[in-house]
Write a protein that binds this ligand. Sequence first.
Ligand code: BGP
Length: 481
Amino acid sequence: MGFRNDFLWGGAIAACQTEGAWNEEGKTLTFPDIVKKIKPEQRRNFGQAQIDEQALEAGKTGPVSDYPKRWGIDFYHTYKEDIALFAEMGFQVFRFSIALARVFPHLDDPQPNAKALAYYDAVIDECLRHHIEPLVTIVHFDPPIAVWEKYGGWCNPAMIDVYVRYAGVLLERYKDKVKYWVTFNEINMALKAPFKTLGMLSGEGLEYENRRWQGIHNQFVASARTVIRAKEINPAMMVGCMIADITTYPYSSDPRDVLANLKFDQKMNLGFLDVMVKGRYPYFLKNYFAQEGIQWTCSEQDAELLKQGTVDFVGFSYYMSIVTSYTTKDKQLTNGNMTGGLKNACLSSTEWGWQIDPVGLRITANQLYDRYEKPLFVLENGIGSVEVPGPDGQIHDAYRIAYLRDHLRQLKLAAEDGCEILGYTMWGPIDLISSQTSEMSKRYGFIYVDQDDEGQGSKQRIKKDSFAWMQRVIATNGEEL
Ligand code: BGP
């Protein structure tokens, strides 16, 4: 028993945190290109970057040096060397995203950008040359600014056609090369960072909630149409959804805490998966809309598309867990992956205050498999740390090995519990720019990148201790952990 024989081992990155080349070969400005880096003293109490009108204007004219995602780790030019390192580790799958702002820089361009497609052809061919299965995220947190300026964000149903046209180009082009697809990265983070997923500036009030949920609905429809299209093009393609799984426990056995926990889970996690996996809105979301007076439109045709376009696998990211209570009075708060919560006295935290909870991964896998009975794919998991090479020039990341070992042991137990798990792509196999804080110094990789928060450094790639450790894990299909 253990991991299935065809279990896929690998890593995951995103275009907007690695590629750099922010204005090369026709690419236009995106929301992540205008997220400023934070200062180290903000790490533990930093909620979530918000982009308002002012930040948008500043981003359009501000100095490039303020915005690290614009240079990333220069993957646009180093992909060959970097993929070769992944191959050396034994990767069987590599999850990366394609940038809409490269392929259709103005969204309504009459033709896709040939240079951008040639670049992604080369990345995919490089993976295949190394016998690595490419897993493509069609959109990963990088709406072009044009989504806001031309369409007012995803609340505009015209965005569905923009997306489906773009996805269609990719599906047609790579139908014989790419088997695994994810329609939207962490779609549920529209609740926390609407600029990242919906291309909408921050806002509040009922009218804003109407637009937010219309945007989310439009993405559900776009995803469903993409699944349907993929099956027409090549029925062997597997299309998955993805949420940031925010695992939560009740603060105590007080039934009010248990109820608050249930409601949080429904709204933050399950509602999104229910629509994409079961193909319909669950009663609790409908009830939430009614109670809050939130109004948006779902046509009969939309409902039919949602029903037909259900996903093939359930993708999720898992980094941490939180605790929920009916009251925050006298309770300590903690940070998390875009979603903070209450502190759990049983768990330790990373330098960014994310609570480390390996057993939570086993619990989550069981809960999701029980509810959906669809294969699971762990699309992100990892630990961000400040790291500086030692006097020997090496990075001895024993804490990363411990974090990954503990999580993988729990994932293996989940597989032994009977959960069907297709694979595991560790987040940030090579150091990259943090999504939330735009820091380079929040490092996740098996591979160190010699570059600081200002973008200075040789960009040399150095294997950390975890590199050889993961190589062994993959070689033994997780027997040696
Ligand atoms: C997820 C995102 C990734 C990634 C990761 C770690 O939410 O899908 O893009 O960055 O979190 O977050 P951070 O980079 O903020 O540490």
